[in-house]
Design a protein around this ligand. Structure first.
Ligand SMILES: C[S@@+](CC[C@H](N)C(=O)[O-])C[C@H]1O[C@@H](n2cnc3c(N)ncnc32)[C@H](O)[C@@H]1O
Length: 219
């Protein structure tokens, strides 16, 4: 394992203090390609695999843990992923303060921390109060994708939050980074798969029509 000292952050790793609010994706990436954002990118397996396979898409990772962010940034650099960036930030804060509304084509959340103890459930990222943030940043027609190994988190928070939101539940799409039988192919999925755990996935899209209360109700 590389030490912190050996990891090179630039050019893919970004310092949140240096970023404009709101971000301008086209300026950041130097093109106007669609942007897919991953929350909790860990060691950057998904970002790296997807950025290499799909150069016509820009990928952006948000990761709270400094070492994981540094590792993912270095990995993107080593793999020459000019279409990917990673920032160290808390996702709720970053989506609120930096991500322009209607700007993401996909929001990926794979194996979010489950906070299994009952007294910690309020720390779970994916719950009803998160959904307006997701709805705001997705483009019309944009998609949210979530996978977890934690049945309690899925049944108590994730699925009710997604189904109770203004997004429309659709079939989950396996990204190209997933090998045979995998949902997405992240480090956590591969580790949990070896342990034989089941997985739970949900996907939802933002309506291509603007959501308004003034539309006549047609029965
Ligand atoms: C269980 S790991 C999964 C990592 C990766 N997605 C995977 O599947 O291998 C969850 C990751 O989300 C990060 N994380 C948790 N809450 C976060 C938040 N609010 N904002 C940004 N990152 C967060 C953690 O630091 C951790 O790296």
């Amino acid at each position: 394992m590389q030490t912190n000292h050996e990891l090179i952050i630039e050019p893919n790793g970004l310092d949140v203090e240096q970023l404009p609010k709101p971000l301008n994706w086209a300026e950041l990436f130097g093109n106007d390609h669609p942007v897919e954002l991953e929350i909790g990118s860990g060691k950057g397996t998904f970002l790296t695999e997807q950025a290499k396979a799909r150069p016509e898409i820009n990928f952006f990772g948000i990761e709270w843990a400094r070492w994981f962010w540094r590792y993912a940034s270095d990995r993107l650099r080593r793999n020459h992923c000019t279409n990917a960036r990673a920032v160290r930030a808390e996702a709720g804060f970053f989506l609120t303060e930096f991500v322009p509304e209607n700007s993401l084509s996909v929001l990926h959340i794979y194996f979010p921390d489950p906070w299994p103890k009952a007294r910690h459930h309020k720390r779970r990222l994916l719950q009803a109060k998160f959904m307006p943030l997701a709805e705001r940043v997705l483009k019309p027609g944009g998609r949210l994708q979530v996978v977890t190994d934690h049945q309690g988190y899925f049944e108590e928070n994730i699925e009710p939050a997604v189904r109770g939101s203004n997004l429309q539940v659709v079939d989950y799409n396996r990204p190209g980074s997933a090998s045979d039988g995998e949902f997405v192919g992240t480090n956590f999925e591969r580790k949990y798969r070896r342990e034989g755990r089941p997985f739970y996935a949900v996907a939802a899209v933002k309506s291509a029509q603007p959501i308004g209360n003034d539309l006549p109700l047609i029965l």
